[in-house]
Design a protein. Structure first.
Ligand code: SAM
Ligand code: SF4
Ligand code: F3S
Length: 484
């Protein structure tokens, strides 16, 4: 009997890439291959790369460089491929940079991976498989490799927003959506496999359903939001309908949480905000009390140049309404500092936004020009040192806010989904043998110590919050939980 081949996947980038890597692992496992944590043991090495900022591209390319030496193993040398947004964008050009690279694939050709590997292992060199699927159809079934309580579910692909700084529409293609029926069936299947929390994925899930050729004969609907009208949409499905359909399906009874990412404020509809209401007031019961709504800047002038097509007051109005309906909702956002023409006053407006919204968490980035985008034609006129100084100030500013927000949870009892043992076991040294980590519905990390031999991974437990830092909460199990 021949020994099973091993594969090693290195993932960079957003949750979309994380979900894609899991799909790759599942596809290869279906062909009898095994994953390995050790790149030296692998016969197949895959880099799933991100291009959102220049630094991200460097990471993928330097990982590739690090694997070059393995090619000198002669007959035992692995085949090496690169995919994800880097593969999609740079395609055959990558062979010039790294002639030892064997194959390149894109974001729409993941399902061809076993075939590509077979071709390379049969002797073909420099295989490129990175055409976009030009049809407006999107139908798939989620593939999970490891049995876990959490799963990512792609509900749509691509992005049509074309924010002026962003490369993603060029790496993920045009927006297209699955149907509600298909997604609900998919989620129900995952629930039957033991999944208890799903994260619905798309670059902009609020666009779910737009222009889907597979949906016909629906009633015309009007959609509005605080910023403007985004309807009517004759015969189309939309994201709030999808949330409600999953929540109402009896096969999804055991599902405890629905999360989603990401959204755009422009079409973050009132209908979606209403989903956050308590269930007795018409809200979606399983929807997690958490929202990641990227705002990018607190300055209207900068937002306009970013092509975000909304003003900052509309964003505040959305946040206020959301907090009215769900006072404990966890909020996070993305920010870009140092966008071309950003003045000190524009940046101060971003700090003022942080004070006004009081997010639990922010993801802040220094602007990085991406070739081919509209903003790349603007002069990158904010010097690097100013960009970095602004980035540090924004992060420091938020740290103080996060610290207060975290501290306000001390004393409360919060339910968490345990993700596994914590990497840092320091907390256990004094009190007990094992530290576990999990997340609340509002996406806060809670660590707790237990002396119980029980494996809490994938379980929902109640914790009483005993302490807080700006990054996480410490808790203790509520009486009785250890034994369950
Ligand atoms: N579709 C999602 C959205 O709109 O939030 C995700 C976009 S991107 C994958 C994640 C974040 O990267 C963006 O929200 C933005 O803050 C940041 N980003 C995108 N392009 C960038 C650039 N050229 N320079 C710096 N940050 C960038
Ligand atoms: Fe990029 Fe804007 Fe699309 Fe998000 S909405 S992926 S930032 S173009
Ligand atoms: Fe990066 Fe592609 Fe995600 S560019 S952030 S991996 S969509």
């Amino acid at each position: 009997m021949t020994e099973a081949q091993k594969f090693y996947i290195k993932t960079f980038g957003c949750q979309m890439n994380v979900a894609d890597s899991e799909r790759m692992a599942a596809l290869l496992a279906e062909r009898g291959m095994l994953p390995t944590e050790s790149v030296e043991d692998a016969q197949v090495i895959i880099i799933n790369g991100c291009t959102v900022r220049e630094k991200a591209v460097h990471k993928a390319v330097s990982a590739l460089g690090g694997y070059q030496a393995l090619k000198s193993k002669g007959a035992g040398a692995p085949v090496i491929g690169i995919g994800g947004c880097v593969g999609q964008l740079d395609q055959g050009k990558l062979f010039k940079r790294a002639p030892y690279l064997d194959f390149v694939f894109g974001t729409d050709t993941i399902d061809n991976l076993p075939e590509i590997i077979h071709r390379v292992q049969s002797g073909e060199r420099h295989v490129v498989y990175a055409d976009f699927d030009k049809s407006m159809d999107y139908s798939t079934e989620t593939k999970v490799y490891a049995r876990r309580a959490q799963a990512f579910v792609n509900i749509m692909k691509g992005c049509d927003k074309y924010c002026t700084y962003c490369i993603v529409p060029f790496t993920r293609g045009r927006e297209k959506s699955r149907t509600i029926d298909e997604v609900v069936n998919d989620v129900a299947r995952l629930v039957a496999m033991g999944v208890r929390e799903v994260t619905l994925l798309g670059q902009n899930v609020n666009s779910f359903g737009k222009g889907n050729p597979n949906v016909k004969g629906r009633e015309p609907r009007e959609l509005h939001n605080r910023i403007g009208k985004v309807g009517p949409k004759e015969g189309e499905e939309n994201f709030p309908q999808l949330l409600r359909a999953i929540d109402a399906d009896p096969r999804c009874e055991a599902l405890q949480r629905i999360r989603f990412t990401s959204s755009h404020p422009l079409d973050f509809s009132d209908e979606l905000i209403e989903c956050y209401a308590p269930p007795e007031r018409g809200g979606v019961a399983r929807l997690a009390a958490y929202l990641h709504l990227p705002v990018q800047s607190g300055s209207d002038a900068v937002l306009q140049k970013m092509g975000r097509h909304h003003a900052i007051e509309g964003y505040f109005a959305q946040m206020e309404r959301l907090r009215e309906l769900s006072p404990d909702v966890g909020l996070s956002t993305d920010l870009i500092v140092g966008f071309p023409t950003e003045t000190d006053a524009d940046f101060e407006a971003t700090l003022a936004l942080l004070d006004r919204v009081r997010f639990d968490n922010i993801f802040a980035f220094a602007y990085s020009p991406r070739p081919g985008t509209r903003a790349a034609k603007l002069r990158d006129d904010v010097p690097e040192d100013v960009k970095n100084a602004r980035l540090n100030r924004a992060l420091k500013h938020q740290l103080a806010i996060a610290q207060e927000r975290y501290a306000s949870r001390v004393g409360k009892v919060m339910e968490i989904l345990v993700e596994g043992e914590a990497k840092n076991q320091n907390m256990a040294a004094e009190v007990g043998p094992r530290v576990w980590t999990g997340r609340t519905s509002c996406n806060r990390v809670v660590n707790f110590v237990s002396a119980s031999p029980r494996d809490f991974t994938g379980k929902f437990v109640e914790t009483r919050i005993t302490g807080a830092t700006s990054l996480s909460l410490q808790g203790e199990l509520v009486l009785g939980e250890e034994a369950q």
